[in-house]
Design a protein around this ligand. Structure first.
Ligand code: FPP
Length: 242
């Protein structure tokens, strides 16, 4: 059962892991798993919008993914551009705004053009913001923010650094989901994850469905977030919680 609207996280981030294993189990090439991963992302976007989530941030290609076999890398680039040309009109009708986060200058001109076009076409949509982290790494993000600030002679504070991160995320993720049973952040949103709730699903990403999403939302709704303060339900026992 879906949680009540007030318990729904405003911002969910997802490490969409397990596409390769999904394909291997079926004796298919890894890229077939990534294609199925796009389908899973598509239904997750719609489900999140319906449940009142305002921001969804997904890890689609990490700074380290360049080390994969060349055909898998080029396959992922093709999947991205194809998915955009196919899905942007429908996403736009659902009120989804697309924003790409990462080192774009390292991508081909064709891919860069596709990203810019999708962002332009969806810029005015307000139902759900979909941040697609592509050629992204949390360490890269922190370093590029610091370098930009140093170049402008700005003073580094937690607030000023947050504002200079690659994505003006608008908020830090309330909930980070990782699929496929792995329990790591893998260089995803290192700064922004400081107080995120973490949820790990055993399902491989292509198998992550609406039932699995609702299970993650229910788990989130049952958590007590304290942000380093004393929790409401624990204050009586004088717990100084972290
Ligand atoms: C991790 O699974 C997944 C990725 C590196 C890519 C995620 C990409 C998609 C879900 C599809 C592409 C989406 C867009 C928007 C382009 P893995 O390959 O590491 O799986 P494994 O751990 O089982 O090998």
């Amino acid at each position: 059962m879906a949680p009540t609207p007030e318990a729904v996280p405003r911002h969910i981030a997802i490490v969409m892991d397990g596409n390769g294993r999904w394909a291997s189990k079926r004796f298919l090439p890894r890229i077939a798993g990534h294609r199925q991963g796009v389908e899973s992302l598509r239904r997750t976007v719609t489900a999140c919008a319906k449940r009142g989530v305002k921001v969804l941030t997904v890890f689609a290609f990490s700074s380290e993914n360049w080390k994969r076999p060349a055909d898998e890398v080029s396959g992922l680039m093709d999947i991205l551009t194809l998915a955009l040309s196919r899905e942007v009109p429908a996403l736009s009708r659902e009120g989804v705004r697309l924003v790409f986060v990462g080192a774009r200058n390292e991508l081909s001109e064709r891919v860069q053009k596709g990203l810019a076009e999708a962002e332009r076409a969806t810029a005015n949509n307000t139902v759900l913001r979909l941040n697609v982290c592509f050629n992204y790494g949390g360490r890269w993000d922190i370093v590029q923010a610091v370098n930009a600030m140093l170049a402008r002679g700005e003073v580094l504070t937690q607030d000023s650094l947050s504002l200079n991160l690659a994505a003006p995320f608008g908020s830090e993720p309330d909930l980070i989901i990782r699929t496929s049973g792995e329990m790591r952040l893998s260089n995803f949103l290192l700064w922004q994850a400081a107080y995120s709730e973490l949820y790990f699903s055993e399902l491989l990403w292509p198998d992550f469905d609406v039932v699995a999403l609702d299970a993650a939302l229910a788990a989130y709704a049952s958590r007590e977030r304290r942000f380093g303060m004393v929790g409401a339900t624990r204050a009586d026992s004088n717990n100084t919680a972290v």
